[in-house]
Design a protein around this ligand. Structure first.
Ligand SMILES: *Cc1c(COP(=O)(O)O)cnc(C)c1O
Length: 366
């Protein structure tokens, strides 16, 4: 029986990557050593780090005045690290709230920022969380340290169909791209800083990718503890202390795999095709399955749906699992069902899910 993993994160990794990692586990490229147990200062590892950085640069077309960091702490650490590194001396921070994760970021920035965090737009209050707050309505303070938003709301299944364009005099945009980085082309120059926990679409848990515009790196001077300072890391070959070496290696393999598939253009097209199939199945179910997000803001990565009955949703999850379709429960904060369709999800996984949805509907249908 084929097994498909629809987890929102830690999420599936490409089969080919896992096989390569397995083959190289005890003997990396004839060295007789495992990547897991070599010095992060060794040439062997520095090569892995540089190659991962270069591949990420190439895939996302990252301009040369942006620096790339492979950190620990997850996306959640960035909620605070961006404040420590970018907000000192400013009048306020602007936060766009559009769903679960941007609300988490907002709360953390507010508690630990030491400066006001003004909500630039609230998609939950204004649109019931059914669509993203349109960028033209964001109330941006011209003197804000930065504007924070979340490109794809993993829990709510909500995504900016077009990424907001900053005005020429806008404070820098800081974006949480945890659940969508590498799934579509982006213009990195539209951002002051992009961060992403790797465990959605990039690699295993334990690694956080940060892309930061060079002029922002030392913005707050020496007031930041080294381990939280972007500058301290960048001053030391991208690592102030031990980076998550094996996670960097695996992410590097994923980046090479993505390049072989056809890069971001391939990822975008595959994401559109997979999401279109699944949303069509939901919309065509005669109301048995429901998705409440406005069509233009539906996430291509995390498809959130339900059957209108919590017990039936639970039965769906259990029964799907017996058929090899794993982790289809919605986030504990919202319930319902969720299928995550990251880059490594093959189209066959979506077909298998749709077949199961048809069968389940026949069994439980009204
Ligand atoms: C998963 C996720 C997070 C939290 O990531 P951690 O690495 O667990 O801290 C934050 N933001 C978004 C958009 C996510 O999908």
């Amino acid at each position: 029986m084929a097994v498909y993993n629809f987890s929102a994160g830690p999420a599936l990794l490409p089969e080919a990557v896992l096989q390569q990692a397995q083959a190289e586990m005890c003997d990396y490229q004839g060295s007789g050593l495992s990547v897991m147990s070599i010095s992060h200062r060794s040439e062997l590892f520095l090569d892995i780090l540089r190659r991962a950085e270069n591949d990420l640069r190439e895939l996302l077309d990252v301009p040369s005045h942006y620096r790339i960091l492979f950190l620990q702490g997850g996306a959640s650490a960035q909620f605070v690290q961006i404040v420590l590194n970018l907000a000192g001396g400013f009048r306020c921070i602007n936060a766009v709230v559009s769903g679960y994760w941007s609300a988490q970021a907002y709360r953390q920035m507010r508690r630990f920022g030491g400066i006001p965090v003004d909500v630039a737009a609230d998609g939950i209050a204004d649109y019931g969380g059914r669509t993203v707050p349109p960028p033209e309505n964001w109330r941006i303070h011209p003197k804000a340290a930065f504007v924070h938003y979340t490109a794809n709301e993993t829990v709510n299944g909500l995504q900016y169909p077009l990424l907001p364009q900053p005005a020429a005099d806008s404070p820098p945009f800081v974006c949480d791209m945890s659940s969508e980085l590498l799934s579509r082309p982006i213009n990195v120059a539209d951002f002051g800083l992009i961060y992403a926990g790797a465990q959605k679409n990039i690699g295993p848990a334990g690694l956080t990718v940060v892309i930061i515009r060079e002029d922002l790196v030392g913005r707050c001077g020496d007031g930041v503890p080294d381990v939280w300072s972007y500058r301290a890391h960048l001053d030391r070959q991208g690592m102030y202390n031990t980076p998550p070496t094996y996670a960097v290696y695996l992410a590097g393999l994923v980046l090479q795999w993505l390049k072989r598939q056809g890069g971001i253009a391939w990822a975008r097209q595959a994401a559109e095709e997979k999401a279109a199939l699944l949303y069509a199945a939901i919309d065509g179910s005669g109301g048995f399955y429901r998705n409440r997000i406005a069509p233009q803001a539906r996430s291509l990565m995390n498809v959130v749906f339900d059957t209108g009955d919590a017990e039936r949703d639970a039965a769906f999850v259990r029964s799907a699992q017996r058929r090899g379709l794993h982790f289809l429960a919605g986030h504990r904060a919202v319930g319902g069902l969720r299928a995550s369709l990251y880059n490594a999800m093959p189209c066959d996984g979506v077909y298998a899910l749709i077949d199961f949805m048809d069968e389940f509907k026949r069994r439980y249908g009204r």
